[in-house]
Design a protein around this ligand. Structure first.
Ligand code: 8YV
Length: 344
């Protein structure tokens, strides 16, 4: 009897072909809602699930642990960030957690650039006006020569840096929590090489300086307790009056109420968000709904949602599940309990 693998619906839909053609496993789509997923695990006596970004807080681990016992189970993230998975509960239940590093960096980095382009040229506003029968739009701005602050200098942040500099001649400031020595050590390269490779003008761990100097701040931070509401009123207050903010990392890193106020009072000029504190988006405060502002561009967490990245992600997640069942535990993209969700 092949092992059963449950894949949450939205992830299954993103790469149906890959899942339909998976050999050696009985792959079934299932609703991502935790209680439904948990009962399906018990019903199918299943030890493997592939899941999206939905946070799972308890029943998922209980049912996997009860079905798998000492054999162990696997939660394979369809994606990179694993802030929705409780790594401690997983470890307690003898459940391995994996993710898919590298496969979606290009898509998320490109999305960051499309959001920047939309904001810079007011594309959403212009389209809405055209739809309303008004064939004119506000003036945009060129991005060439502008300063882009990359906050969180992991794989995605670095790709954005390179595309913005080599593609648009932007001046790029990189900021991360590591000092230069730690950065050089992690990347195994000198700062000069890193700068040349990613088109970086400067690297700093003084992130506030980047908020003060950048015309555009793009967030590529880990979602963890340390970065909850990282972009708060104080940091928004540091930004230049004409500045733009882009978030393709995690919603939790931006205080959305503070952002609403900064935009409504024109303290900053615009913001583009692909990720939200609550997904699907629900305003934190009913009277601070970002959708009512003309200076925002909002997309429904689609940074990684391209045909190319979806296929690579499905193959990577499936690969982890297959290697798990084959006992190749040292070949899994394992997530450790204390590992951060995005390198920053
Ligand atoms: C989701 C993401 O994984 O990789 C991540 O951390 O945020 C996303 O790309 C994906 O959308 C789930 O289907």
């Amino acid at each position: 009897m092949p092992e059963t693998l449950l894949v949450t619906h939205s992830e299954y839909q993103k790469a149906k072909n890959v899942f339909e053609q998976a050999d050696g496993l009985c792959v079934l789509p299932v609703a991502g809602e935790e209680s439904v997923l948990a009962s399906a695990i018990r019903r199918h006596r299943c030890r493997a699930v592939i899941v999206g970004v939905t946070p799972y807080v308890g029943p998922l681990y209980e049912s996997l642990a009860s079905v798998a016992g000492r054999q162990g189970a696997i939660i394979a993230r369809f994606g990179v960030g694993h802030d929705g998975i409780d790594k401690t509960l997983a470890a307690e239940g003898n459940i391995t957690v994996t993710n898919t590093p590298g496969v979606l960096d290009q898509s998320v980095a490109e999305h960051t650039l499309w959001l920047l382009g939309n904001l810079a040229k007011r594309v959403s506003v212009a389209q809405q006006r055209l739809f309303d029968g008004n064939f004119c739009s506000p003036a945009g701005m060129e991005v060439t020569g502008k300063t882009l602050g990359i906050v969180g200098f992991g794989a995605i942040g670095r790709r954005v840096a390179a595309m913005a500099h080599f593609g648009f001649a932007m001046k790029v400031l990189g900021a991360g929590r590591e000092d230069v020595k730690q950065l050089q050590c992690r990347m195994g390269k000198s700062l000069e090489t890193i700068k040349a490779e990613y088109g970086l003008a400067e690297y700093t761990c003084d992130v506030d300086q980047v908020f003060r100097r950048a015309d555009v701040v793009s967030l590529h931070l880990a979602a963890n307790a340390e970065t909850q509401d990282f972009v708060d009123r104080q940091r928004l207050g540091m930004m230049k009056p004409g500045a733009l903010l882009i978030n393709t990392a995690r919603g939790s890193v931006v205080d959305e109420d503070a952002l609403f106020d900064a935009l409504a009072t024109r303290q900053i000029a615009g913001a583009a968000l692909d990720v939200f504190q609550r997904e699907p988006y629900v305003p934190l405060s009913a009277d601070k709904d970002l959708r009512t502002l003309p200076s925002v561009v909002l997309t429904p967490h689609i940074g990684s949602n391209t045909k190319e990245a979806n296929r690579r992600t499905a193959e990577a997640a499936l690969g982890n599940v297959k290697r798990f069942f084959a006992g190749a535990h040292n070949q899994l993209d394992c997530v450790q309990p204390d590992e951060i969700a995005f390198p920053g």
